[in-house]
Design a protein around this ligand. Structure first.
Ligand SMILES: [Zn+2]
Length: 255
């Protein structure tokens, strides 16, 4: 796909994630991004809405310029704003990259991750804003959840959005990869929302939709004694079955 095709697919993915019927976000909530090439990616501009966003409301920024912020321990809000504006490919653009641009750069640097969608679905946030949220997201409940969302999410306690969150997430995701060997498909952030990491736009939408379904199922289990999580052996079996791997690739648009 050339740059314009990627941008067009990012727009349609964003519009789908922002569709009010899905209840994944409202108003200016959420942000999305896609890798455009080796050196740059496109990220939602600040102050735009996913439901109506168009190609002219994404900003192209350099990985190098954005990722350098991860090492700047002393960077304050103003430093981040300046660095993000300096990382724009078109320095004359009036658009400002999203406050979560560093987080997107970090996730798009992972192998096989080409599109990222961050949303605040009501069903998912009902769990992430609860007292017992950590226990509630500590297991997998059904096979299709594993096929779409992977064996486990990366889970992050509440951190100030922007650079502190990007830095914490960068660390947690690399810890996950050290243990599991592959990037996560879902990140869950306490009192905030979720992130879907996908190889394709369809992948990001499927991960988000399945996370919402799982959240609704989990809420439903509360009427019948709480969730019965699959055993670790069950989870790993689904994750490695040849027929499930084939299904996984179909869903992700790779087969
Ligand atoms: Zn958010």
């Amino acid at each position: 796909m050339d740059r314009n095709d990627i941008l067009a697919s990012l727009v349609s993915m964003s519009n789908e994630l922002g569709d009010p019927r899905n209840d994944f976000v409202i108003l200016g909530e959420g942000n999305t991004s896609a890798r455009l090439g080796e050196d740059t990616f496109a990220v939602k501009a600040s102050g735009t809405s996913l439901c109506s966003i168009h190609a002219g409301q994404f900003v192209e920024v350099s990985f190098e310029g954005v990722l350098a912020l991860l090492d700047r321990e002393d960077a304050g809000d103003e430093d981040v704003k300046t660095a993000l504006e300096a990382a724009r490919v078109d320095s004359a653009s009036p658009l400002r990259p999203s406050v979560e641009t560093v987080l997107h750069a970090s996730l798009l640097s992972l192998p096989g991750v080409n599109y990222v969608g961050h949303t605040h679905p009501t069903a998912v946030n009902s769990i992430l804003c609860s007292v017992n949220w950590r226990e509630a997201v500590s297991g997998r409940m059904f096979p299709d959840e594993i096929v779409s969302c992977g064996i486990a999410p990366v889970v992050v306690e509440y951190v100030d959005p922007g650079l502190p969150l990007a830095r914490e997430l960068h660390r947690r995701v690399r810890d996950f990869m050290d243990g599991v060997g592959t990037p996560p498909r879902v990140v869950l952030m306490q009192n905030h929302g979720m992130i879907a990491l996908g190889s394709s736009p369809t992948d990001v939408i499927s991960i988000t939709a399945m996370s919402v379904k799982a959240a609704r199922v989990l809420a439903g289990t509360q009427a019948f004694g709480g969730p019965h999580f699959l055993s670790e052996q069950n989870v790993l079996r689904i994750h490695s079955r040849p027929d499930e791997l084939y299904r996984m690739k179909q869903i992700r648009g790779q087969a």
